[in-house]
Design a protein around this ligand. Structure first.
Ligand code: AMP
Length: 411
């Protein structure tokens, strides 16, 4: 059943406790990519425009849960949010301590308060808490957060696959008798990642890359019956090459995933498309790599000799994949086509990104590296949907249902 969204709530005069995912990449105190903050703006703005007040909670990174660690502070996110909303933002230096409590009480309608990183509290990660203390939740932490809002709103798509985070499940569950809804970002993510897949415009093409077959196995299995073709790139392709008994030189592959790859090649024989060539590097070492044309060579797929490591799809594969993207009506992309951090091995990823940007197909880009690549290349506004969740988008594409959404109110 469809879930209520923030649009279904009369928020006038109410305190809306919004779980956002402001887990943004930082370089010192500089935010290097503010996509997740920008994507949360429609929900925040909608509450403010309708006379409500907003209390935001989020995590950032993986602090230990033992108090403040300055490098994981959400202060830079508060500064950025204030710039984006063109209004001052209140920031609490704790999550459920005296600063948070007094700032929640003082907040008036039209105001925004961001609480400090929820993961500074041992009560946030309930899996860790259980391991350390045997307690399945921290009632003082949960109930204090729950008391901050008249309405709970989940707009933290990037964390939706993590029900063990108290702010995602235990807190809304503790808000008995209060409305619990999703925000516009979560609504949009679910609409695209579930909707486009269940009823796609055809041809429907999935492009999967990155490192591990085992990470994407669920996605391949779920998409196989639904899509028309699955293009494989990135290091993942070499596990498939091994499964076919081909030569991969020193390329990254997971021997333990070979049986899985063999099974998929049988099930998906008509749909799985493997590379036909690869760009490789002689004696590759990640930490000391520097581009060197004399050590870089293209080989047919599965014919990589001795010390060569395949690091990108080759030009013939790139041309083939670009052609398939051009004729597609729906494209889903998750995972780079090569080690795109190391030119010239970014070429395949760039070409695929460009083809998706140029196409009029419905395009859905999974979070993580492929979303970062699309952003870096300046194509963010040329795709239909750029997901803010890496793990969460993969899980939705696998067909998983999220408890963090199931607990929200039905329409
Ligand atoms: P994933 O997190 O599984 O999407 O993997 C992304 C990572 O895979 C990126 O850091 C890429 O550099 C890396 N990657 C992609 N293709 C290759 C390759 N052929 N060899 C080594 N690393 C690769």
């Amino acid at each position: 059943m469809a879930k209520k969204t923030i649009a279904d709530v009369d928020v006038s005069g109410k305190a809306v406790l919004i779980r956002v995912d402001f887990n943004v990449p930082l370089d010192g105190d500089k935010i290097t990519d503010d996509l997740r903050i920008r994507m949360a703006l429609p929900t925040i703005q909608s509450v403010l425009d309708r006379g409500g007040r907003v209390i935001l909670m989020s995590h950032l990174g993986r602090p230990e849960g033992k108090g403040v660690e300055p490098e994981f502070s959400l202060k830079p996110a508060a500064t950025r949010l204030s710039e984006l909303l063109s209004r001052p933002i209140e920031f609490a230096t704790d999550t459920v301590g005296s600063d948070a409590v007094s700032k929640v009480q003082a907040l008036s309608n039209g105001g925004v308060l961001l609480l400090e990183n929820v993961r500074f509290n041992a009560g946030e990660d309930e899996k860790k808490l259980k391991k350390a203390t045997g307690q399945s939740s921290d009632p003082a932490y949960v109930n204090t957060l729950a008391s901050f809002g008249d309405v709970y709103c989940n707009d933290a798509f990037g964390t939706c696959h993590r029900p063990e985070n108290a702010s995602m499940c235990s807190v809304p569950k503790a808000m008995t008798g209060k409305l619990k809804v999703m925000g516009f970002l979560v609504e949009k993510e679910v609409q695209y990642l579930e909707g486009a897949v269940s009823n796609p415009a055809r041809p429907f093409v999935a492009i999967l890359g990155g490192k591990k077959v085992s990470d994407k196995i669920g996605v391949i299995e779920n998409l196989l019956p639904k899509c028309d073709q699955i293009l494989i790139g990135g290091a993942m392709a070499y596990t498939f090459a091994l499964a076919k008994g081909l030569k991969i030189g020193k390329s990254y592959a997971k021997a333990e995933d070979v049986p899985l790859a063999q099974k998929l090649l049988v099930e998906g024989a008509a749909k799985i498309v493997l590379p036909i060539d690869n760009n490789a590097f002689d004696n590759f070492v990640w930490d000391t790599y520097s581009a060197d044309p004399s050590k870089t060579k293209v080989f047919p797929f599965g014919e990589l000799p001795g010390n060569f490591e395949g690091l990108d799809i080759g030009p013939a594969t790139t041309q083939r994949y670009v052609g398939i993207v051009k004729s597609a009506k729906t494209v889903i992309w998750n995972g780079p086509m090569g080690a795109f951090e190391l030119p010239p091995f970014d070429a395949g990823t760039r070409a695929v990104a460009q083809a998706i940007a140029d196409s009029s197909a419905i395009s859905i880009i999974g979070g993580g590296d492929s979303a970062a690549a699309i952003e870096q290349m300046g194509f963010a506004n040329k795709v239909t949907h750029l997901s803010t969740g890496g793990g969460a988008s993969l899980e939705l594409l696998e067909g998983s249902k999220f408890e963090t959404l199931a607990i929200l109110d039905d329409k």
